[in-house]
Design a protein around this ligand. Structure first.
Ligand code: ZN
Length: 689
């Protein structure tokens, strides 16, 4: 067995075994200059491991080829996971420069592996003999996935096609990175500076305090700074009475990456779309979407379109009704204008207040970050018996990141969970879960336990108030925590099948199902306590929250579906002739009859999910998984929110199983039936109960 030569004199902390109790990367020792040499070492090590597989005289079999291949590359993935996590959650220009140098290197390395003929011929030989071997279900899945991965990675192409294939992958690796960096730059660049107190009218005090803090940090003491980061721009749009300023910040938000400056993403989009289509064509697919979806639960674009259309019509109808309600309110104010996108959130907040007498601000005192966190731990404890203990003496990558040890009821170690809550300029927007180490069983039979991280951008505490979450942020917390559980409770054998290594449209099931608990009265009473008085959230407020649950769902569903369609617009096209990105987006969404008062949740030029993250042709996955999670949660509603039998079924069939079997099969083993779309439609108020 090949091992990487590491000596006591090794000075690169990324190359030494991580010698603390849980194998946490030694963040305190890692410097930017350690990454490139470590990545190169990792690539060499994996090359040697592959070399060893292909040099074998013995006939290829599952163990000496497929399993060995799955074990290969462990150094490389450990180093890259540290790197990618830091580059997302605590980046700087030096790290970004390393990322740019590293991306084509890694892309070439993975191409070298998948286009390695000796290796592929061994994989194929095992694959062709698959029916005569006595494999477990997990082994069969690994064999099938490995073979498919090679074919999809170009292994069957001729020499000239292989060459072009490599060029495309290399170029895409750089373009997608550039796209994300541009979005981050544009998000950080803009600041709305207010120096006249009158212009703060309508804004909640904690937002004003935050804006004052931000101004102080920027050397503008006495003024107020609002930014395009969600915890700033979104409440500003909800509450600012000054319509011109709302319009200003909304336009800045929605024109990120589209300002014809050095951070403009339009040309990058055109090139990405064209390259993805060309690559799909080389592999024999008609579109990029066809290539991607084959590997997902949805299987093809027409299944996705069918689902989206099924929701689009009722959602649009509902959103039109909502718009009429908002317009009526505007008319009553005698201000004489037509509802615009920058008015939607503001008047929605007023209608919410009027119809349900409920505002985000009423709820926030009960949703302090600390209490929500306690609530989440309680839910995980009631469902799965898990316990969480803060680790004080382990290395962290930023002073704000906290580490927890997760254990079973009996104290058995499950894994480590990092949590990092607040926005900073070094962090990309949104919220996500990721791993520093995935669970798997190593060749010696050790169950390697995971190190998971969840990163969010929740409102910061201010000088006199703790961090208070909106209900939406609370749901996001539960959501990411669900992903974290998927990573933490993983209990399978082969690295590439464990944890969250499942199709895109399945991966959101464990996360989205958790959001359901956050909204249940019984659960809210467990954790929603006033941050000052400790008073439990009053029933009247819970009732209002329940009444308001389907409120604004037309808007939310429409803005989300518009983005999902837009994704398909780029990726299910048989020709990538997007000469004018702006015009394409406008005409495409108009052809779907998207109303002018709502814009796509992400416009093309800042649609990170599909042009920078891994969601191309996959943004629909959230609603696909919403069918699954709504249907799955019915099982808990039928049997009890913390029913142990149901929880164990969910844990054993979904959370522990990663991608070790076909997802629909796993789902049926949990639920005993196929998922039904009705619970979702009911939840969003899109059909009558
Ligand atoms: Zn998610």
């Amino acid at each position: 067995m090949t091992s990487i030569t590491t000596t006591a004199q090794e000075t690169n902390p990324l190359l030494k075994p991580h010698e603390n109790q849980f194998g946490i990367p030694p963040f305190d020792e890692i410097r930017t200059e350690h990454f490139l040499p470590a990545i190169k070492k990792g690539i060499e090590a994996q090359n040697a491991e592959i070399e060893e597989i292909t040099a074998r005289k013995a006939k290829p079999d599952f163990q000496n080829t497929i399993a060995r291949y799955d074990y290969s590359g462990s150094l490389l993935r450990n180093v890259s996971m540290v790197f990618h996590n830091l580059n997302s959650s605590n980046t700087n220009p030096e790290l970004q420069a390393v990322a740019k140098e590293m991306a084509p290197m890694l892309s070439a390395h993975f191409d070298n592996i998948r286009l390695n003929e000796k290796l592929f011929s061994r994989v194929r030989e095992v694959y062709e003999a698959r029916n005569s071997m006595n494999l477990t279900a997990e082994q069969s899945k690994l064999l099938e996935d490995t073979y498919k991965d090679f074919v999809r990675g170009g292994a069957n192409l001729d020499e000239s096609a292989k060459k072009r294939f490599r060029e495309i992958n290399s170029r895409l690796s750089v373009l997608t990175l550039q796209f994300g960096e541009n979005v981050l730059k544009e998000t950080n660049e803009y600041k709305l500076v207010i120096d006249n107190k009158d212009n703060l009218s309508g804004l909640p005090q904690n937002l004003i305090d935050q804006a004052a803090d931000a101004a102080k940090k920027a050397g503008m003491e006495g003024k107020w700074v609002f930014t395009l980061h969600n915890p700033s721009v979104m409440p500003f749009l909800q509450f600012a009475d000054n319509r011109e300023l709302r319009e200003q910040i909304f336009k800045a938000y929605s024109s990120r990456g589209n300002q014809n400056n050095q951070y403009d993403n339009k040309e990058i989009i055109k090139e990405i779309a064209a390259l993805r289509l060309e690559r799909a064509n080389i592999l024999g697919y008609e579109t990029h979407a066809a290539f991607i979806l084959e590997d997902n639960m949805a299987k093809n674009a027409s299944n996705v379109e069918k689902l989206l259309m099924q929701l689009w019509t009722p959602a649009l109808q509902r959103a039109n009704n909502e718009a009429a309600d908002l317009q009526a309110l505007i008319d009553r104010e005698n201000v004489n204008f037509k509802l615009q996108p920058w008015d939607w959130r503001y008047y929605t907040e007023k209608v919410r207040k009027e119809k349900f007498d409920l505002s985000d601000e009423d709820l926030k005192p009960y949703l302090s970050l600390e209490n929500v966190k306690k609530g989440i731990f309680m839910v995980a404890n009631n469902l799965y018996g898990l316990q969480f203990k803060e680790l004080k003496d382990v290395p962290v990558y930023h002073p704000e990141a906290m580490a927890y040890e997760v254990t079973e009821k009996d104290g058995k170690h499950v894994g480590v969970l990092f949590m990092d809550f607040h926005p900073r300029e070094s962090k990309r927007g949104g919220a996500w879960m990721s791993s520093y180490r995935k669970q798997y069983i190593d060749e010696q039979g050790n169950n390697i336990r995971p190190i998971i991280t969840m990163v969010c951008n929740f409102s910061r505490p201010t000088a006199n108030k703790p961090s208070l979450l909106t209900f939406e942020e609370t749901s996001t917390f539960f959501h990411e925590f669900g992903h974290a559980l998927h990573g933490l409770l993983s209990n399978s054998t082969y690295y590439s099948l464990t944890g969250t290594s499942v199709p895109r449209d399945f991966v959101e099931l464990p996360s989205q199902i958790m959001e359901n608990w956050a909204a249940e009265p019984e659960v809210l009473r467990m954790f929603a306590k006033h941050y000052e008085t400790g008073e439990t959230i009053p029933d009247s407020l819970i009732q209002k929250l329940k009444n308001a649950a389907v409120f604004n769902q037309g808007f939310e569903t429409v803005e989300y579906l518009a983005a999902s369609f837009l994704d398909l617009g780029y990726h299910n096209a048989k020709k990538a002739d997007f000469t004018d990105v702006e015009k394409f987006e406008e005409e495409y969404l108009a052809s779907l009859k998207l109303m002018p008062e709502i814009i796509s949740r992400y416009k093309s030029t800042y649609f990170n999910h599909i042009f920078s993250g891994g969601y191309s042709s996959g943004y629909y996955a959230y609603i696909w998984a919403a069918i699954l999670d709504s249907d799955a949660f019915e099982a808990f509603k039928e049997n009890g929110l913390f029913d142990q039998k149901t929880a164990i079924l969910f844990r054993k069939n979904i959370l522990e199983r990663g991608g070790t079997e076909d997802p629909m099969k796993l789902y049926r083993s949990f639920r005993g039936a196929d998922p039904d779309i009705k619970p979702l439609l009911r939840k969003r108020g899109l059909i009558e109960i």
